[in-house]
Write a protein that binds this ligand. Structure first.
Ligand code: NFS
Length: 661
């Protein structure tokens, strides 16, 4: 294999890395090569929760014999480390969600005058779920009540988060049985930090149960709240055409990139960039217009709703600057490499930090405030225009780009299966029951310079659809597919298996459905709940022929996501080394024990072929347990074999925990 192929599996990215090497410009790819992971911390065997350590629990019999200075065992240490990752990931998504709630509240009370309720239908749907009266009331009054109700998810001391009731009844019962329905998001995060501090909770299973509780507060709390409010404020996505990769940048226009996670400012920038005064301003600086692009999850937010093109995911952020064409890059929170500020000095790019929570030394700071959103967005657009004149000729100037179809909200997926009045998940359930679609995989999470970046996403995407598995993707998983040209319906004809192809052609969808940003993994939870309610498959999320895969994860947020899927009943497979790999006991709890209790599990498997085999095995075993037709490529059964209660009970008895894979 070519040396460069080892760094990114994306050809355009690879050429920029190569250009950078020739110009002595370092990126995360070289840094990953130089800086090997610490073998102790990597597997979760390092404890640094107090200053008697850090204690390294290593050695031949570490699991039985090694102790920290306080006596903490390896399973305790590994479990604590994982729970802290979950807490951090949940905090990130849910703090983002808190800002969305506060923006909704400010919009509803008229304090944030630049924002309005765009999707009233969605507002009513959410109000209905929350038990808030909406008929005949002013829209803003309903929106205010919705925001205040969501704020309770950050403050109630007893009871359950609002959206726990959106899960299928049986899923909820499992959570209640094991005491993992979250009370409020902040409380579970705080308790996770408390329990994992020195000298508190030392039982790995007990610790991990609280980890699941915290993770549920992310998936069915913060993330789901964020998705819903973003739809209410900026519109529920419908399919849009766009483009992906570095060729989205234009030589003769001002290129302004929005990068990060919170969508409010990016939405305002999208709005402002088309104002005639702003376009005139760009022209006065010698540019033909203003070209917006996105990066990481902010890219997904504005791609889903406006078709703004994306330059790609996490590992593309430095490479985007190295095209030499980015006049300004705004960042807010999460997944922003601090390296971009130093790198930008070699080009003309202005890095603009915008969150009160996040600064990078040497970047320009223009602080976002939802009460002055339009004014701030204009300031940023003007700064990008001013900087257009400073564009130098250096840069890789890569022009590759691919068409993309995105915008598959769960509402749209429901709508496209029956129109406005007969919208349902029936056709999808039927296609799975008949074996046209073998199962569903959520392909999500980061891309990572420790592997040929985006390569495992690409491999799994092509292999899964070849095997008639429908893919729903989010976050940088979607970016990896988009920048590889995989997010178009034509892709179905080329690569999909015969059953999946038939379904995609009949409905007119791509075999990989781009569902949005990482917080929009909550859409997958909603889809699975709707499929359970529709009937014919499992009557809870657990037991569905579905699997979650994050093949190149790196963020703590990904761990929180994986765990809320596992707690909800989805077997999850992560790539790379296991962060609890040092403890067999913790590994056993997260696979076997969680499967017995919740029908979900969390595996870590670095080998892409084994990841694929494990996913297909889970899917086939779930089909078998549901007594569905055995999957055979090209051979489909009857469309509908609904099970009666007796058959279901029989199945419950027969189904054995799926363990030890
Ligand atoms: Ni998710 Fe989005 Fe990407 Fe990973 Fe980071 S941008 S929130 S954490 S790297 S998918």
């Amino acid at each position: 294999m070519d040396k460069h192929i080892m760094k990114s599996a994306n050809e355009a990215a690879e050429r920029i890395i190569e250009w950078g090497e020739a110009h002595k410009i370092e990126t995360c790819f070289e840094r990953a090569e130089k800086l090997k992971p610490c073998p102790i911390g990597e597997k979760g065997a390092c404890c640094k929760v107090c200053h008697m350590g850090p204690c390294r629990l290593v050695g031949k019999n570490a699991e039985e014999e090694a102790r920290g200075v306080c006596g903490a065992t390896l399973p305790t240490v590994a479990a604590r480390n994982l729970v802290r990752m979950i807490a951090a990931g949940t905090a990130a998504h849910s703090d983002h969600a808190r800002d969305m709630v506060l923006t909704l509240l400010a919009a509803a009370t008229g304090e944030a005058k630049d924002f309005q309720i765009t999707d009233v239908r969605k507002l009513y749907r959410v109000a209905g779920i929350l038990g808030i009266e909406f008929e005949g009331r002013p829209v803003n009054d309903v929106a205010k009540d919705v925001a205040l109700r969501f704020l309770e998810d950050y403050s109630r001391q007893k009871g359950e988060i609002n959206y726990a009731k959106r899960a299928p009844k049986k899923t909820q019962e499992r959570w209640r049985k094991w005491g993992i329905v979250p009370r409020n998001i902040d409380r579970e995060i705080a308790e996770a930090m408390h329990r994992t501090s020195v000298g508190v909770d030392h039982d790995p299973d007990h610790l991990l149960l609280h980890g699941l509780k915290t993770a549920i507060a992310d998936g069915w709390g913060g993330s789901m709240i964020s998705t819903d409010i973003t739809d209410i404020l900026f519109g529920t996505p419908r399919p849009v055409k766009a483009e992906a990769s570095f060729g989205i940048f234009k030589e003769d226009e001002v290129n302004l990139v929005v990068h990060g996670h919170e969508p409010s400012l990016a939405e305002m920038i999208v709005d402002v960039a088309s104002e005639p005064e702003m376009i005139a301003y760009a022209k006065s600086k010698g540019a033909k217009g203003i070209n917006l692009g996105g990066m990481c999850c902010t890219a997904n937010e504005v791609l889903m709703r406006h078709g703004i093109p994306t330059a790609g995911g996490f590992t593309n952020q430095e490479l985007g600057i190295m095209t030499g064409l980015v006049d300004a890059l705004t960042v807010d929170v999460q997944c922003i490499m601090p390296a971009i500020a130093e790198l930008s000095k070699k080009f003309h790019t202005k890095i603009i930090t915008t969150s009160e929570k996040a600064k990078i030394p040497s970047a320009v700071h223009i602080e976002y405030d939802e009460h002055r959103a339009r004014e701030i967005a204009r300031e940023i657009v003007k700064l990008a225009c001013d900087n257009y004149q400073n564009r130098k000729t250096e840069g890789s100037h890569i022009t590759d780009k691919f068409p993309v179809v995105a915008g598959f909200s769960h509402e749209y997926i429901e709508y496209m299966q029956g129109g406005r009045w007969r919208a349902s998940f029936r056709p999808l359930n039927d296609a799975i029951m008949a074996g046209r679609i073998r199962g569903v995989v959520g392909l999500a999470g980061c891309d990572n310079p420790r592997v040929p970046s985006t390569g495992i996403h690409k491999y799994l995407a092509t292999e899964l659809i070849k095997n008639d598995v429908l893919i729903v993707s989010t976050g940088c998983g979607s970016a990896a597919c988009g920048t590889a040209g995989y997010l178009t319906p034509e892709m179905a004809l080329e690569h999909a298996g015969p059953g999946l192809r038939e379904v995609c052609e009949a409905i007119g969808i791509p075999p990989i459905l781009h569902l949005g940003a990482c917080v929009d993994n909550s859409r997958i939870l909603t889809i699975l709940s709707a499929m359970a309610e529709e009937g014919g498959l499992s009557d809870e999320i657990g037991g569905m022929p579905g699997v979650g895969i994050a093949p190149e994860w790196m963020s703590e947020k990904a761990i929180a996501i994986g765990c809320y899927f596992a707690a909800s009943g989805v077997p999850v497979i992560f790539g790379g080394e296991s962060p609890v790999g040092s403890s067999e006991e913790v590994t056993r709890i997260m696979t076997e024990v969680w499967y017995e209790r919740f029908k979900g599990a969390m595996h870590f498997e670095p080998d892409p072929e084994k990841m694929l085999a494990l996913a297909l095995d889970y899917i086939d075993k779930a089909r078998e347990a549901l007594k569905l037709k055995k999957y055979e490529p090209g051979k489909f059964g009857a469309e509908r074999v609904l099970m009666d209660m007796a058959a279901r009970r029989e199945l419950e008895r027969a189904a054995k925990p799926h363990i030890g894979l």
